[in-house]
Structure formats: structure tokens, C-alpha cells
Design a protein. Sequence first.
Length: 531
Amino acid sequence: MLASLTSGASVASAARGGVVRPVAECADLVRSFAIPGTRAHVTRAEPVAAGAEAAHCAVLGYVEPRVRFHLKLPTTTYTGRYLQYGCGGYCGALVSPSFPDCGAEIGGLAVAATDDGHVAGGPVPSADGTWAADDQAARDDLAFRAPHVVSMAAKRLIEDFYGAPPSFSYFGGCSNGGREALLLAQRYPHDFDGIVAGAPVNYQSPLLVYQAWLARTNTGADGRPVLTADRLPALHDAVMRHCDHLDGLVDGQIDDPRRCDHDPAALRCPTGVDGPTCLTPAQVDVVRRLYAGPTDAHGRRLYPAGQERGSEPAWAGWVVPIPEFGGSSLATLLADDYLRYMGYPMGTPHSSLAEFEFTAREFARLGVEGARGNAMSLDLGEFRRAGGRLILWHGWGDQGVPPRGLLDYYARLARHDGGDVRRWARVFMVPGLQHCTGGTGLTAFDPFPALLAWVERGTAPDRVVAVGRNAAGEVVRTRPVFPYPLTARYDGTGSIDDAANFRPAPPARPTRDAVDWVGTYLHRVPGPVAP
């Protein structure tokens, strides 16, 4: 990891923040080469002049059988650092990786992204699972293989282009990318020095049970949605009136939704009345079930959490169907394609959203294939011993991946680690932030600069500032987010939209984050997985 650089001059230059110049021509990277267990092929490498981005060599290629990647190698700003991005949903699209803004002190990073080994289609490509119906290799690429083999190929190309491999390697992702981040720390602990895992889908197969629960809970006997988008504003307003003040400020966000006990029955429509400012009895029942999360007939939890109070505005589209998704919801699309094409071992009986049974037996059946992609190992000892640093984060308003699931994992990780897990892994919970981005109050969170300081200077992050932007993109709020379980408390002076006016505070009462549910955690890393 940190000792992987072999060129002394390049190491010294990068450590001082100096620029590392290319030693090869961009076009010379077009070739094929072996990496452990497989081969990589560069199909295109072209120089790109400075403009909207820094000048760089744009490299396109694939790792066999068909894991496409896009690598950007700065030609005038590189300082010995590499950042690889995870992909969201079921992936299937090769996006152009962006250069992070790390400031003049850090300079430019080489960056890469991958499609995880398949091409998606359909109206919502990130929810398309049809490609996995009869292709185990493509399944494995998404489940665990693609990020690892791309990291090997990218580092080889970096070494060829600059004369030395990267001095520091980083991985960052949210949602499925957050799952990939945790999986890399667990299975491939020497690939990256620092990892950011946002809203991680580390309980991959259980989360698809959760998506099925969201979709089925909101589907009536007539096949139509029970809760509709027009009811969400009134529901959210009622929750905020009941709970916004609990953290000492009325600021449009709930710092810890676990303290909120708003009952949607308070919005039940009077007899003979129905309209967007109230909920029908059936809608009250749906909202309660969404908050509660999935259980079987015996009351056993099939996921460690449900929807959080305060997340209601983001239910439109994810839980509640909208025209933009063809009158469907993202939970419906994700769950149905997973159950039909991805979730069960090839050659065994599959299910569908309409047929799925919320039982421990069916949960276990999904776990057979799901174990390939679930990142549920608590054994990150090799990553820690190699000097790795891990930042986990989640928005408290996440409508797609319940945030308490991350706290359940972190509590168990801390217990398994046996020491102060915060020495190498920290969690940040962002009030009001929805799934990866957007939200009420706070809309964006970027801990990557804090990760660089932790890895390279040993400065553990004691706060990361989240921002809130208005519709015009202007920053209208900044708020510090402190390592969990600390929360931000207003010091009583100045604007409540200025991060400088907040201090860390311990939780109002001790937290109990481990949840009793049917999921199984691994106490040893899965065996080595060949590329």
C-alpha cells in the first residue's frame, strides 16, 4: 500500500506536492498487457487539452472479459495520487470520471471509473438486471471483481505513463459504490490506502428484500399505489412540526430521526373527507409499515431498519410511483429485476416482486447468490494493519438505503475490532441528506479531502463540513458533521447557517446501534477471489 512506490524521485516529488511529469506518450498506452489472473486491453488513448478539465490523457479500455474502464491521467498537474470511483445501482454505464477539487496544495489526481462489466438498458439503466439472467461472469464482475481488476489495470498504466505506480491510492463511492468500497476493504485490503463508503449497500441481497417491501407495502389490492406523491408534503410538514425542535433548533432538519416518534395517525382524514392535506386509514397503515421496515409473519426483522421520519419528500420516485419512471417507482424496478434475473443462483427457481414471500426461508435463498456481493464481513484487520483508513457516511434523510443499517454494521465492526475502531474507521451521519445527494437543509457531503489528510498526514477527521445549496446552486447553509456519535450543537451566537457557530456534543442518551435481525455477519474475510 503506502510503500508501493518504487521510484525515489517520484515519491519525494509527490510527497512535497510537486508535479510528476509523464515519461511516455499518451498514444503509447494503446496495447494489451497481463495483470494477475487476467488481461487488460487499452483500445484508445488520446490527449485532451486543458479546458473545463485539466489537460490529461484519456484512456479507454477493458479487462477481460468485458469490464470497461475510463482512466484520466493528468499531464501537467499529477502529484502521485490515484482515485477510483464506484458506480451506482446495478451500474452498466461507463461514466466519465471527474477530477476532484483538492486545492493547489494537493494538485491533480489520476481518476478512473468502470461500468462493472456489462451494458445496461431499459428506461432506468441503473435498475436494469436483464443482463444477469444467464451470465455468471457478468454477475461476478458486478458483485466483487470489477473494481479490483480495474485498480490493477489502472495502476499498471499509471506506472507506464509516469514511471512509477501511485504513491497513494483511494477509492470513493456511494450506494452500490459504497458497497464496493467496503468490499474492497474486506476482500482486497491492499488495493487502496484510503476508502470512502457513502450510504453503502453492503447488505446487498437484504436491501433488495427491503426494496420489495417498499414496493409491495405501497401497492393496493387493485395494483395501484396507496400512498401518492400529493400526500407527501403534508406528511413531511407534520413530522417536522413534531420533531424539528428536538435538537434545540427549528432549522428544517432533524439531526437524529431516532428521537422522532411522530405517528401518521395524527393526519388521518375525518370521516367523509379525502384530500392532499390528510391521510386515509390505508395510507396511515402504509406509512407506519414504511417506517417499521420488513418483517416476516413471526415479527423477525428482514432488514435492520425502515424509512426514517424526515425522509418523506424523497419518497416520490423511490417509494411512490412517478411519471418519470413510467408510472413506477425505483424500488419496484430494482426489486423486480433483482428477483427475476440476479438474486438467485442460475438454474434455480426465481421469483418476482409480485410473488416474493417475506420469509426467513426466502431471505436465506437470496443469500446464496447474494453472498458473492454482500460486504458483511467484520474482519477488516488486514486493511487496518496495512495502514488503511476508512470513512463511512450516510444521510439521515436517505430514502433508498436506511441509515440505521450502517450504524448496525459499524457497531458490530467496533465490537469485532476489539480496540478503538475510530483510530482507523469513522462514521459521519448527515442530518437531512437524502440518498447520496440532495435533501432538506443539507444537500451535499464530501469527506474526500479529510480522507487524504488522514492517510497522508495522520490527521484523523474530527469534523467534515456539509453544505446546503438552493435551486440556483448557491450555498445557503454550512454545517459541521462530527464523527458519530457526536452531533453538532449551536453555540448560541451568529447564523444557524454558518458551520463556525456549532460545536460537537455527545448524544442525549447512549446509543444502541446493533439490531436483532436475521442477517448473518462474517467474522472472517471470504477466501481469496481470483480475478
